[in-house]
Design a protein around this ligand. Structure first.
Ligand code: SF4
Ligand code: SF4
Length: 384
């Protein structure tokens, strides 16, 4: 069992999804991250899962139902009322969400005493402390909870390098608003600041990460499952994702939201002890979903010539979406694209490169995996 002092992010080996194995690992990880003594009888706890699409657990795209069900049991044993859910891309409506619940095997959570969310309302909330998001649409089912637990899945991601604890909170925004916010935050660093704003607003009481089976390659929905055999827990989403980045062998500079958290003083420059914690399990050959070129992404601190230079370098290094020959011309990407940059021509998706903002929503939600992230030739040559 590998963990650090109480309160720090912890990782615990969990070789499979057998309920007894998961329960032991989950208890150990949560205890190492500070425990559940904050849970009071009658408290309403919202478990924000990653249900990015209607995917079966074996696809490794969604939080696995067994850890979610075991967490539900642990919270119920302490007298909490537990509600679980998410808001994937597309309309935030009952038929879509029920398909997601069914595919993800969440009836296990209902059997454990949890309620699968059926409230699809949202409220515009003010966020005056936000840097990038001063006001946003917040799903009512989480807004009404006494505490939020974020239970993410560790996966590759085209725009942010990886998706885990911090990115998981993008799902507190109802589906169709997500496209709009993508469009408003075209630059990866601005998008990253928005994710940090959401984490600072919601402040999950506990962050958990299902890294038993992770996803690599064409993530976050159509990549390849890979065994890592870990469950992680922490109370700080940035530190938890620092640990996740070390496990995947991704430099923090390449994860815009970790850089954004550092710039805002929410994450220290480095924590060698977390790198050491990850080292025995770290992957040397994790397959990424493109390259984010985030070290050239702009921040508000960049001015003048530095701003111009960074923009030019970013354009040279950034990845782009590209439909493969296996595109069936279904048009889903065209409907999801916030920039309206896609048309279907002769039965295949065609992208207007000048309009594309590189949000990779099309790649994330392509039902066949035909839309892929292509690294720029410059990034390939330089190994970036
Ligand atoms: S969603 Fe995928 S399969 Fe459908 S048109 Fe777009 S690229 Fe082709
Ligand atoms: S084409 Fe794809 S990556 Fe480009 S703006 Fe549209 S959804 Fe985003």
């Amino acid at each position: 069992m590998d963990m650090k002092k109480k309160g720090a992010p912890a990782l615990v080996p969990c070789p499979d999804y057998a309920p007894e194995t998961v329960r032991r690992a989950l208890e150990a990880a949560i205890e190492a991250a500070g425990g559940l003594d904050w849970v009071r009888p009658g408290m309403r706890v919202g478990i924000k899962l990653n249900l990015c699409a209607a995917k079966k657990p074996e696809c490794a795209a969604t939080t696995h139902p067994v850890p979610a069900a075991e967490l539900t049991r642990m919270l119920k044993e302490r007298g909490a009322e537990v509600v679980l859910g998410d808001s994937p891309g597309g309309p935030f409506v009952a038929p879509l969400m029920r398909r997601c619940y069914e595919a993800a095997g969440l009836r296990l959570c209902a059997e454990a005493g949890g309620t699968l969310n059926e409230d699809f309302g949202y409220t515009e909330v003010d966020n005056p402390e936000g840097k990038s998001l001063k006001r946003f649409a917040y799903v009512d089912w989480l807004r009404g909870c006494d505490a939020v637990v974020s239970f993410c899945k560790l996966k590759s991601h085209g725009m942010m390098g990886m998706t885990a604890a911090v990115k998981n909170l993008y799902g507190v925004i109802p589906g169709t608003y997500k496209s709009e916010y993508h469009y408003q935050h075209e630059d990866p660093m601005r998008f990253a600041d928005m994710l940090v704003d959401l984490n600072e607003y919601v402040r999950p009481r506990l962050c958990l990460c299902d890294a038993v089976e992770i996803m690599e390659g064409n993530g976050p929905t159509m990549g390849t499952p890979r065994h890592l055999g870990l469950l992680l827990a922490g109370t700080d989403p940035y530190r938890l994702d620092r640990l996740n980045a070390a496990l995947l062998g991704i430099r923090e500079k390449e994860i815009p939201y970790l850089e954004a958290a550092k710039r805002r003083g929410l994450l220290s420059q480095e924590e060698p002890e977390l790198a050491a914690l990850a080292k025995p399990y770290a992957l040397r050959d994790f397959q990424r979903s493109g390259a984010t070129a985030s070290w050239f992404a702009q921040s508000d601190e960049d001015r003048g010539m530095r701003r111009v230079l960074k923009r030019s370098m970013y354009v040279l290094f950034r990845s782009r979406p590209e439909p493969g020959k296996d595109c069936i011309g279904c048009g889903k990407c065209a409907r999801d694209c916030p920039a309206h940059a896609i048309t279907i021509v002769k039965g295949r998706a065609k992208i207007d490169r000048r309009a594309c903002i590189r949000c990779f929503c099309c790649q994330e939600f392509c039902p066949t995996g035909a839309m892929r992230v292509r690294r720029s030739p410059v990034a390939k040559i330089t190994g970036r």
